[in-house]
Ligand binder design. Structure first.
Ligand code: GLC
Ligand code: CA
Length: 516
């Protein structure tokens, strides 16, 4: 198979906790995923991205990694992982996994050593420990807030403070320490030797910190958001780290990495996909764009501008485990669903790489949960002002009926409660329904496969106000109508529509694909 398999691939993000429960404890796991691989084959995706399944106390549901080279018992063990990988490969699915280099868990053996060791010791030097400011060092070393709320510093009994940009259970690693980078290389090789095809790099614009850890001037940042002016991210030293990672990946031809890089400036974002850095970087403008033709078009134009001349294909995404699902972003209920259908044709009609988030192929919305079941650390750390990301992480419904809809055996309580009324969204309800979201995604992936477009070339076509239209390399034409009035179709043969045409015209909140 080609080493460039990823250049026009459709990736499917598996939020492992919420995909399928193999052992009936209410939590998704690797065996559950293995048993549902055929859903992904029938859907027609090329590759998977698995969120962290490593040993973890789950303070941030696995993004607090205690041992990056083992599987948490909640998710399975290494043997299960190997079976999953083999089964996925047998079905032609590539498997990529999450890498969390910015921080470890506070239960990582290194952090336990650091707590036992004195200030200034090599063990503390793997993390970012500092003396406090003010009388007695009682004030944190600087004014940085945590992304999840509260200060980004936590004091230990001997009076020093350690940095945690996320939760206190996620101490930031010191990337100026060569041991930290050597250990990441060991982790990369560990999984590449087992046969994984690549990585998604968590907080890919983090890791390196600005020299001297200066105070921030902007402190009114919204929780859970990464601002371009936030000096803790996108520090110049981050690029050396990506070069180190790329160096290891280049020893394994055909492997790749995509970065979670929340940087909006095109020129800054472009630096991450230089030939010796990441293969791909998400462009989150498509997540932030509202359902308006000008915003969607601008998101596309920015990404095309970012990748132009780099040799990297564009990389599109609408939803993931950190943001409001796009069905809900675009307007809830039938309107949101109808727009999400059109958005699927936009996403999958664009040239390059697309990432799907598990459940978007079922049209799942966000689900507002009662306070007492919320688990995202942001909820507690914000003092109950920010509900966090649980609403987009509800377990997937597989079978019609009642909760837990085949996610777990009947009667089992799932880790986040599943709502009543999801029977029609269940995968098996949608399977035989020609008009379902699931069958729209299947059809779109089928047409896309027959009309490959790798280079990222795209030609804008004239379109009525409130619409966008383009022809991508290979000839596929996509027209998206964000208004509520019907518009005429461009020339060509209709290959797929998000909703039926009306009198030969494309109705509002809809999209069409045409071939020459
Ligand atoms: C990334 C992950 C998010 C996690 C954070 C800290 O943004 O996508 O889920 O909470 O990093 O690891
Ligand atoms: Ca389980």
């Amino acid at each position: 198979m080609s080493n460039n398999w990823w250049r026009d691939a459709v990736f499917y993000q598996v939020y492992v906790r919420s995909f399928a429960d193999g052992n009936g404890d209410g939590i998704g796991d690797l065996e559950g995923l293995r048993s549902r691989l055929d859903h992904l084959v029938t859907l027609g995706v090329d590759a998977l991205w698995l969120t962290p399944f490593y040993t973890s106390p789950m303070a941030d549901h696995g993004y607090d990694v205690a041992d990056p080279r083992d599987v948490d018992p909640q998710f399975g063990d290494l043997a299960t992982f190997d079976r999953l990988l083999a089964d996925a490969h047998d079905r032609g699915l590539r498997v990529t996994i999450d890498l969390v280099p910015n921080h470890s868990s506070d239960r990582h053996v290194w952090f336990a050593e650091a707590l036992l060791a004195p200030p200034g010791s090599p063990a503390r030097g793997r993390y970012i420990f500092r003396d406090g400011r003010g009388p007695g060092g009682d004030e944190p070393p600087n004014n940085w807030p945590s992304i999840f709320g509260g200060p980004a510093w936590h004091r230990v009994p001997d009076g020093q403070w350690y940095l945690h940009i996320f939760a206190p259970e996620q101490p930031d690693l010191n990337w100026d320490n060569p041991e930290v980078s050597a250990d990441l290389a060991t982790t990369l090789r560990f999984w590449l030797d087992r046969g994984v095809d690549g990585f998604r790099i968590d907080v890919g614009h983090g890791m390196a910190k600005p020299a001297g850890l200066p105070d921030m001037t902007v402190t009114d940042l919204k929780l859970l958001e990464n601002d371009d002016d936030d000096l803790r991210f996108n520090a110049p030293g981050v690029h050396d780290i990506h070069r180190m990672i790329r160096g290891v990946l280049d020893e394994y031809p055909g492997s790749m990495a995509v970065g979670e890089v929340w940087v909006r400036d095109d020129d800054e974002l472009r630096k991450y996909i230089r030939p010796d850095e990441l293969h791909l970087s998400f462009n989150f403008r498509s997540v932030e764009a509202r359902w308006r033709a000008d915003e969607l078009r601008s998101a596309v134009e920015h990404e095309l501008h970012v990748v132009a001349g780099t040799g990297s294909p564009p990389c599109w995404v609408l939803s993931n485990h950190d943001v409001v699902r796009h069905v809900s972003r675009y307007g809830e209920g039938l309107v949101g669903e109808r727009r999400a259908r059109a958005a699927a044709l936009l996403l999958l009609g664009l040239p390059g790489v697309a990432y799907l988030y598990n459940g978007e192929e079922l049209g799942l919305p966000n689900v507002e949960l009662p306070d007492e079941v919320l688990q995202d650390p942001t909820w507690v750390r914000s003092g109950g002002t920010e509900r966090g990301r649980d609403a987009c992480r509800i377990p997937l419904p597989w079978a019609a009926g009642e909760p837990p809809y085949g996610f777990s055996p009947a009667g089992v309580e799932t880790w986040l409660p599943m709502p009543a009324g999801w029977s029609l969204l269940a995968a098996d309800s949608q399977d035989g329904d020609e008009g379902s979201m699931l069958n729209l995604y299947r059809a779109a992936l089928g047409v896309r496969r027959k009309n490959p477009a790798v280079s990222g070339d795209l030609e804008w076509l004239d379109a009525p106000a409130g619409c966008l239209a383009f022809r991508r390399e290979g000839g596929l034409v996509c027209l998206v109508n964000t208004t509520n009035a019907p518009v005429d179709l461009p020339a060509g043969e209709v290959a797929l529509t998000s909703v039926p045409l009306v009198d030969g015209r494309l109705p509002g909140d809809a999209a069409v694909w045409l071939t020459a």
